[in-house]
Structures are given as structure tokens and as C-alpha cells.
Design a protein around this ligand. Structure first.
Ligand SMILES: [Zn+2]
Length: 283
């Protein structure tokens, strides 16, 4: 395959950042589960997905589009009440957010209002379009808008690391933590490539665990089939995702820090950013 030297694994992305102290409680790697909810169909399947994750002892981030479908307030409240979290996934998911700085500036105001209203500190970008510099206009602690390696994305500029990184606002001491997704997205694997096993997820997870990085999976409820009946177009059986969760539990029990993105961002700010600032100021 044309990209087999960098996908699903880019060997150079496994190097830990300078000054890396390791994950909390000496865990071997970090595990983050995230769901971009792209359509009404996906929105309406969130409760099924929450129930599945709860039954297996996992928690995740639901990234919701504010102005594309009807967002249920009780769903938002239930997500937070159950210890899951909410992120803002673009504004309209119409492919236009990053077309010009003017459009972005205008929409950033609305995105910030939703962040506040939804008690959220995180943003994920539709179709992984991104301009990390413009994104300083957002009132966020973290974003999930990049990937370690994914030559199949519309904007395929990989960040080349399986660790989070700090995005500093130039000349100011503010910024946000960027969390690249590091496991291939479900849509690419099961809808485009028509994979019928989760071997690629397992292979990549094993490598991330070995390197001590952050396993971040973005799986869409939109494409998951929960009813066990005939798959509609662009659906895959949810048992693939369930199998992935069970694989982690079975093979890595006690070895990973299962955290929400906001917890990773807080840890990163405290242990990597403030630490380097204090050592810089004492020089
Ligand atoms: Zn999306």
C-alpha cells in the first residue's frame, strides 16, 4: 500500500516529548474515548452508546454540533451527570468554518457562547480541518482537531506525535492543549475500507501502549448499528467498538490512565507547560 510506511503507524511519532515525566500513577499509556456526533441520527444514538460504555466501565467525550440538528438539553445534562463530557464540534459542520479568517472570527463568537452554555472547555473540528493559530480565538482548554498520522484526511497534515502538545498563543502565556487522535477513525476503517475485523485498531493500540503514548479513538455513533438488524448505508455493527473496549480491558487491565480530554489537558498544563515555564524563568 502506498502509505504503509506511515499508516496506521508512523514509527517516528512514538518519541515522547522532551522532559516527559510519564502519565499519572505510573500508568503505561493514556486512553481517551471521543465521539464526534455528526448528524441527528448520531445524536439519537448517544444514549445507546453511553449505556454500552457505562456497562463496561468507560467514560467518553461527546462532541456535538450546535447548529446542524436538534440538540436535546436533557441529553446534554445526562451526559454531564453521568460523568461523561461534552465538547463543541464546529458550529454547523458545513465545511465552511476554516474557509477564511473572517468566517472563522464570526463563528468563533457563537462557538464560544455554546462552550459557555454547555459547560465545555473543548473543541473538535469538523472533518479535522484546522488552523491552530486561529483557534486561539476559542475559549478552550483543549482541542481534538489533528492526528498523529492519517494520509486519508481531507487536510492530511499529520502532527507526527502520539502525545498531546501545547499550542502557545504567540507573545502571550496562554494557549490550549492539542490532543491528536491516534487510532484510525471508524468511518475510514469500516465504511471506506470495509474492514470486517478490528485488527488495525488492535495493532495500533498495542504499539501506542508499547511507546507509552495516548490512545485516542474518535468513533461516531452516526455509523454504529445498535439494533443488530440489517446495516443501513454507512453503518457498521457496534460490536466492533465493543470488542475494542473489551480488548483493552482484557489485555491492559490496570496499565492505562482512562481519562476525559479535559483531565488530560489539565495534567498536560500542570506537568508539561507550567513546569517548563518555571524552569525557563529560573534560568
Ligand atoms: Zn464531524
Amino acid at each position: 500500500m502506498k502509505y504503509s510506511h506511515v499508516w496506521p503507524i508512523d514509527p517516528s511519532a512514538g518519541k515522547p516529548p522532551e522532559g516527559w515525566p510519564g502519565w499519572p500513577n505510573k500508568k503505561k499509556f493514556a486512553l481517551v474515548l471521543q465521539h464526534d456526533v455528526d448528524t441527528q441520527k448520531g445524536h439519537d444514538k448517544c444514549y445507546d452508546l453511553i449505556a454500552l460504555e457505562e456497562s463496561l466501565g468507560f467514560r467518553s467525550l461527546f462532541s456535538i454540533v450546535p447548529e446542524r440538528y436538534t440538540v436535546s438539553e436533557s441529553l446534554r445534562n445526562d451526559i454531564l451527570r453521568k460523568g461523561f463530557d461534552i465538547g463543541v464540534h464546529g458550529l454547523k459542520h458545513d465545511g465552511k468554518l476554516f474557509l477564511s479568517k473572517k468566517i472563522f472570527q464570526k463563528r468563533a463568537v457563537h462557538i464560544n457562547n455554546y462552550l459557555k452554555e454547555w459547560h465545555s472547555v473543548g473543541f473538535s473540528s469538523p472533518s479535522m480541518h484546522h488552523n491552530l493559530d486561529w483557534m486561539h480565538l476559542l475559549k478552550i482548554k483543549y482541542s481534538i482537531s489533528t492526528f498523529d498520522t492519517d494520509p486519508f484526511e481531507p487536510q492530511p497534515d499529520s502532527v507526527g506525535t502520539i502525545f498531546p502538545f501545547w499550542v502557545q498563543r504567540s507573545s502571550e502565556r496562554t494557549g490550549f492543549v492539542e490532543l491528536p487522535y491516534t487510532l484510525p477513525q471508524d468511518h475510514g476503517l469500516f465504511i471506506i475500507m470495509k474492514e470486517t475485523t478490528i485488527d488495525i485498531w488492535k495493532q495500533k493500540l498495542d504499539w501506542i501502549a508499547q511507546k507509552g503514548g495516548m490512545a485516542l479513538l474518535n468513533a461516531h455513533p452516526d455509523y454504529m448499528n445498535f439494533c443488530g438488524k440489517k446495516l443501513s448505508i454507512e453503518e457498521y455493527p457496534v460490536k466492533y467498538y465493543e470488542e475494542f473496549l473489551n480488548y483493552i480491558k482484557r489485555n491492559y487491565a490496570g496499565q492505562y490512565w482512562h481519562a476525559l480530554p479535559k483531565d488530560i489537558a489539565r495534567f498536560w498544563s500542570e506537568s508539561m507547560v507550567q513546569k517548563s515555564e518555571s524552569s525557563a524563568s529560573s534560568d
